[in-house]
Design a protein around this ligand. Structure first.
Ligand code: UDP
Length: 318
C-alpha cells in the first residue's frame, strides 16, 4: 500500500508494552505494522486497532526470516517473553527471539535503511553490585541460572545491535527497560504487581517471595513508552535506561495494594526464586539529559489505573 506516512514495524505488538507502542505511534500519525506470534501476547490488546487502515497485523515468528513489503522508516523490536515465569517455561524461545530474532530484524533494518530500536532490560545488570544502576555498569549475571536465558539473550541483543551499528552503519537505539506496569499486563503474568492485584481483588493470600525486603522501581507504561519514543527520535546509539527511580520494597508494594483495594487478603511469605535481584533502581541521568525525559505518573495514580483495568479483567474470569 502506498503511503506518505512514516511506516514503523513493531514486533511484540500484541504484548503489554508493544500494544501501547502501537497506540502511541498511531496517535503520532505513523502507519503501524504490528508483528507477533502470540506466544505471550494477546489479540485483545490490539483488537481495537483492526478497524483502522493505518494499522496492519502480521502473525509471524521473528526467529524465522522476516519479510515486510514496501518501505520501512523505523523498527521497534519488542518481541520476547518478558516475565520470569514465561522465560522459565520457554527458555529456548526466549534465547531465540533475543538472538535469531534480533539478527533478522537488524538485517531487515539494514536492507530497508530503517532506524531500529531494540528492547533491552535492566536484567542485563543481573543481581547488581552497583546501586543505582547506570548504563556504564557491566552487570552481575549468572549465565547458567534460570534467568540466564533472558539476561544473556538481551546481552547478545545489545552486542549484535552494536555490531550492526559499527559494521554496517545501521542507525540503532538500545533501551534498557526497568520494571514497567499498567493496563494490559496479563492477570497470570506471574510478576509481582499482577499477582498482588489479582490476589487482592479475589481476597486470596498475597504471595511475597522471600522477606519482601528486595527492592524494585516501578514505571507506569505511558512514561516508559514516552521514553522509548524520545530515544528513537534522538541521535544517541548507546544504551539508555528508561525506568522510574522511585524505589520501594516488594513488601511495601504489597501493602500499597492492600490499602488501595481494601482487600481481606493476608500477606504470606514464600521462597525467593533463584538469582532474584536484591535491589534495582535505574540511574536515569542519561535519559534526563539526552531526551529531556523523566517519569510523570505517580505510583498512586498508576496503581489506581492499573487496579481499574485488573478489576474488569478479573471480573471477566468468572
Ligand atoms: N514477587 C513476589 N511475589 C509475587 C511475584 C513476584 O514477591 O507473587 C517478587 C519477586 O521475587 C521479585 C519482585 O517481586 O523480587 C519483582 O518480581 P517480578 O517478577 O515482578 O519482576 P522482576 O523484577 O524480578 O523481573
Amino acid at each position: 500500500m502506498k503511503t506518505d506516512k512514516q511506516r514503523v514495524l513493531i514486533t511484540g505488538a500484541a504484548g503489554f508494552i508493544g500494544s501501547h507502542l502501537c497506540d502511541r505511534f498511531l496517535a503520532e500519525g505513523f502507519e503501524v505494522i504490528g508483528m507477533d506470534n502470540l506466544l505471550t501476547g494477546s489479540m485483545d490488546n490490539i483488537s481495537h486497532l483492526f478497524p483502522r487502515d493505518d494499522f496492519h497485523f502480521y502473525h509471524h515468528d521473528v526467529t524465522k526470516f522476516v519479510h515486510v513489503p514496501g518501505k520501512l522508516d523505523y523498527i521497534l523490536h519488542f518481541a520476547s517473553p518478558a516475565s520470569p515465569i514465561d522465560y522459565l517455561k520457554m527458555p529456548i524461545q526466549t534465547l531465540k527471539v533475543g538472538s535469531l530474532g534480533t539478527h533478522n530484524l537488524l538485517g531487515l533494518a539494514n536492507a530497508k535503511k530503517a532506524r531500529i530500536l531494540v528492547a533491552s532490560t535492566s536484567e542485563v545488570y543481573g543481581d547488581p553490585l552497583v546501586h543505582p544502576q547506570a548504563e556504564e555498569y557491566w552487570g552481575n549475571v549468572n549465565p547458567v541460572g534460570p534467568r540466564g536465558v533472558y539476561d544473556e539473550a538481551k546481552r547478545f541483543l545489545e552486542a549484535m545491535t552494536m555490531a550492526y551499528h559499527n559494521f554496517h552503519g545501521v542507525e540503532t537505539r538500545i533501551v534498557r527497560i526497568f520494571n514497567t506496569y499498567g493496563p494490559r499486563m496479563r492477570l497470570f503474568d506471574g510478576r509481582a504487581l499482577p499477582n498482588f492485584l489479582r490476589q487482592a481483588i479475589k481476597d486470596e493470600p498475597i504471595t511475597i517471595y522471600g522477606d519482601g525486603q528486595q527492592t524494585r522501581s516501578f514505571c507506569y507504561v505511558s512514561d516508559t513508552v514516552d521514553g522509548i519514543f524520545r530515544l528513537l527520535m534522538s541521535d544517541y546509539h548507546l544504551p539508555v535506561n528508561v525506568g522510574n527511580p522511585v524505589e520501594i520494597t516488594i513488601k511495601q508494594l504489597a501493602e500499597e495494594v492492600v490499602s488501595l483495594t481494601d482487600t481481606r487478603s493476608e500477606l504470606v511469605f514464600e521462597d525467593l526464586p533463584t538469582d532474584d535481584p536484591k535491589k534495582r533502581r535505574p540511574d536515569i541521568s542519561k535519559a534526563q539529559e539526552l531526551l529531556s525525559w523523566s517519569p510523570q505518573v505517580t505510583r498512586a495514580e498508576g496503581l489506581r489505573k492499573t487496579y481499574d483495568y485488573f478489576k474488569e479483567a478479573v471480573g471477566k474470569l468468572s
